[in-house]
Design a protein around this ligand. Sequence first.
Ligand code: OXD
Ligand code: MN
Length: 592
Amino acid sequence: MTTNKYVNEWIKEMAELTCPDKIVWIDGSDEQREALREEACATSEMFKLNQDKLPGCYLHRTAVNDVARVENRTFICTETKEEAGNINNWMAPAEMYEKLRKLYKGSYKGRTMYVIPYSMGIPGSDFAKIGIELTDSIYVVLNMLIMTRVGTKVLAALSDDDAGFIKGLHARADLDEENRYIVHFPQDNTIWSINSGYGGNVLLGKKCFALRIASYLGRKEGWMAEHMLILGIEYPDGEIKYISAAFPSACGKTNLAMLIPPEIYSKQGYKVWCVGDDIAWLRVGADGRLWAVNPENGFFGVAPGTNDKSNPNALKTTMRDTIFTNVVHNLDDNTVWWEGLDKNPPANALDWKGNKWDYTKYDKKDKSTCGAHPNSRFTSMAINCPCISSEFNNPAGVPISAIVFGGRRAKTAPLVYQSRDWNNGVFVGSIMASETTAAAAGAVGVVRRDPMAMLPFAGYNMGDYFKHWIEMGTKITNKPLIFNVNWFRTDDEGNFIWPGFGDNMRVLLWILARCEGKVDAVETAIGYVPKAEDINIEGLDIDIDVVKELLTVDKAVWREEIGGIKEFYAKIGDTVPTELKAELAALEANLA
Ligand code: OXD
Ligand code: MN
């Protein structure tokens, strides 16, 4: 409960609309969490797993038609279409409110309205922002208790005259796909989500608030909300340098954030610390540097492919206090399994839909035979991660030395290159793209442009978002350098050339050496690439010629790329800043 009249009036209005049987405030206490877990298990909304092997862990299954974010049903409802831009879906706020009110009307009848006061960032810190999510789902409450800071401490940080909290309304309603909407009203600090129970659509603190609404607020208030991991590299002398990095999905963001250094580095005393795996909020500090916090409190990670080799830190993080969604339920020992966990699929098990699963029928090429849904998830607490940074809970955040962009490109981008300066770096982020893999439905090798990995997450016009990046560059007096990496270059047979995973540390160390002015580079048409001998390959079974190959910039391939960039800029429209058009013209001239 709160004495903030704006909160109380809004809840009253939403309760009149949705008609819950009762209203329960989430206080963040262990007792209340435990009671809600029991209630969810009693109705089979969740299943309690083997508490000896997986203490505090539960399993949940979503509806089969509700397993991923729905970009085509996600809207940015600003007053004008121009403010939302050509990339976002848009509808006039009044029209959307009217449409959705009809769907929400009476949708909580026979149900409970849970009121979740939560903070993105440490409650009360300069970075933090408060949200209140109303939901009729215990699964949402329990996930929010992991992913955000929740409860009375949050309300204590909200003063009585503060109307600036983010108002989130979620209703499961009928889980009707045709009426599923994830809608943002940035000018009203409001998010409405209906007819879904899938995390990315309903944990409103994450993509909806911490990226879409926050990017809008960041532009207004002079800071940035980005789809970035944050990691720290500790040198043998104890000094730690921080990097933030943006990659589209399926490029290994969580793996990079929790990287295990190769032995040649670990035995010298190098360590890697994870501050965040998905979202960074960045502000200019009094020292003129860019400082970052991870506004989240947990990880909502993709389970399939997570194993003791690909990401042992993530795997250990999931071993306690975790909610697993849409994975295989091993009935023999009441644990969980997913494709890529190990080579021992359980014989007596239920698949993600809750049907008996016969692992002998599993065919890699036929997704319908998978036990776990390809987008099955774990929701785990960041503090349970073995490599969580000591700065994770530092309200001041960490100073960023380098910003890294990247994507999955078979031929175009070299292993790493450095942009010439801030605006050129913004250009590099704006032309980010990734090629589709055989793992996803549809054609292989199709380029999807995903600027700064924010294509589905910018809460306003993409051209204005680029402009904001350029303007931030004028405020950061001690700027991070901006780089692009590509772990996914392939040879003529389509095999990856670079080993990736922990060995990506070798590239990150070159990046940090550049930031310190400790290493030279070679200028190319697109920016600076390393001298091959400056990428440490000790202990790898590739030689310097392979590194040279990884660092080549094929002008003919890049000339083709120009066409795709122009097409994408044209789609964004005339808000693309002149600075970026000039960068594009300069690149074209360099390639001539
Ligand atoms: C995403 C995610 O879709 O983090 O980017 O879930
Ligand atoms: Mn993400």
